[in-house]
Each structure stands twice: as C-alpha cells, then as structure tokens.
Design a binder for this molecule. Sequence first.
Ligand SMILES: Nc1ncnc2c1ncn2[C@@H]1O[C@H](COP(=O)(O)OP(=O)(O)OP(=O)(O)O)[C@@H](O)[C@H]1O
Ligand SMILES: [Mg+2]
Length: 274
Amino acid sequence: MEATLQAEVVAGHPYEERPKTKPIIQLEHIHKVYHTGDFEVHALRGITFTAHEGEFIAIMGASGSGKSTMMNIIGCLDRPTKGRYLLDGVDVSKLSKDQLADIRNRRVGFVFQGFNLLSRTSALENVELPMLYAGIPTAERLKRAREALAAVGLADREKNHPNQLSGGQQQRVAIARALVNRPAIILADEPTGNLDSRTSVEVMEIFQRLNEERNLTIVLVTHEHDIAQYAKRVVVFKDGRIKRDYLVADRRDARTELEQMPPITDDEEEEEEL
Ligand SMILES: Nc1ncnc2c1ncn2[C@@H]1O[C@H](COP(=O)(O)OP(=O)(O)OP(=O)(O)O)[C@@H](O)[C@H]1O
Ligand SMILES: [Mg+2]
C-alpha cells in the first residue's frame, strides 16, 4: 500500500515537520452527521486539521470519504455537528447566519467543477456578482472585475457569455469571480474535473501563481494524482478521517510545463471554442 502511494504522488516529509506561518483554517475534532429520513450518515468522524496562510493543499480520497463535506464546512456553507472551527482566528460556530454569510463573502472564494456561471450573463457581469452582494459601488466593481479577468488572462473576453467560452475559459471566469472580494482562501472542489489535460495545466498555473504572488491559501479537492502534485501538501481522506498528511516532494511547476508544450495554433483554438 505504502509503495503504491509513493508511486502516485511522491510523498515528502510528514506535514508536522514544516515551519509554520499564521493559521487560517483550524478544524478541531470536527464531526458531521447527515440525517435523511431514518438514515444517518457519519460523513466526518473527528477531523483535526490546520492550514496556514500561503499553503496550497490538495485533498484526496475515495468517493464518499468526506472531502466535499469538509470543504462546505471550511467555506461556511454548512456547520459541523460537533467540533470547533476557527477561520482566521474567529470561532465560526458562534456566529449567526448573517455573520456567517458575511465572513464567507469576504474571506472565501469558491471554484467548482461545473463552473456555476450564470448563462445569460457576460463574463464581466459574472465576475461582478459577488461584489454586488458585498455592496461594493459600481465603479469599483467594474475596476476590480476587469483586474480579476486580466489576472486570469481573459481581458479580451469580458463581453462573452459562458456558452461563447471554452471550458477552460469558463473555469478561469469562475476563478476571477472567486478572487474579486479579495479572499484569504480559495476553495476548489475538483476544478479540473471537466477539463482536458492542457487546460487543466493552465488552470493549475493560475492557482500556483495566485498562491505564490498573493500568498493566497488554496485548498483543492482532486481525484487525480498528477493534479495533486501541483500542490505543496497532500491530505488523504478515508471514511471521514484523515489517513495521511504529507508534503509533496517532487512538485510540478505548471508555468514551466506550459512553456514546454507546443503552442496552440489559431485553428485549434477556434475548434476548441466551438
Ligand atoms: N446533504 C447530504 N445529505 C445526506 N448525506 C450526505 C449529504 N452530503 C453528503 N452525504 C454523504 O456523506 C458522505 C460524504 O460525502 P462527500 O460528498 O463529502 O464525499 P466526497 O469525498 O466529496 O465524495 P466525491 O469524491 O464523490 O465527491 C457520503 O456518504 C455521502 O453520501
Ligand atoms: Mg465531493
């Protein structure tokens, strides 16, 4: 078992050996029990986990092991049944629903597998949306939305609707949307699940750049070992518990890989967008 895992993602030191910065996500003995009818599912069975500012963590584990459940709790979309969660030092279990929505809006950016963009709305308007909820004035909204689209390489596509963009471009709009409220944390649940391999590398290049340049904390769920290898740390879930937690020894660098790939010709790019 140990040998196969070694072959999948090259495991470095156990996580404990790493020098620590400021803790931003602190989960303490978190349990989550779902009740559906007479049926109970114990989705998380005592998760204790800390992420520090500037970490880039890949969450792995079999289907049903509790990865998305944990992401929902970290993102304040759901509450634990038992246990304590501190987000940037604030005990979120003590907050009201409104306070929770507010902290979520300001501190966390979400990126999902299915992009979750509004289809009848331009890229620019999609990116503006979280700022509308946050009550940011129009001029500032426009400025920040344009900056975020530029940061993901889509400055020239702001008027396009999602169906006029490729899958990778749609995911980049979703990343721009996750960035506009200047969150401390980006949570991404299988962000490359619907993308081909080159487009996945492009998306991982954006995450690696944001992590390096802005010191953003990134937590990303993936089933793919080669995607996990762009992260700095891997946490493996099994049956609602953390089974392994280690640093990636042989980390991949998306920018270098993209530079080494043959360029896409205009023809191919147009085909991709059809
Ligand atoms: N809203 C819900 N109500 C009831 N049970 C749920 C709910 N959400 C998740 N579960 C159950 O909790 C367990 C953990 O689910 P979770 O979605 O966290 O798994 P996952 O690791 O993200 O899986 P996948 O890799 O398939 O996305 C599963 O057994 C699932 O059926
Ligand atoms: Mg899931």
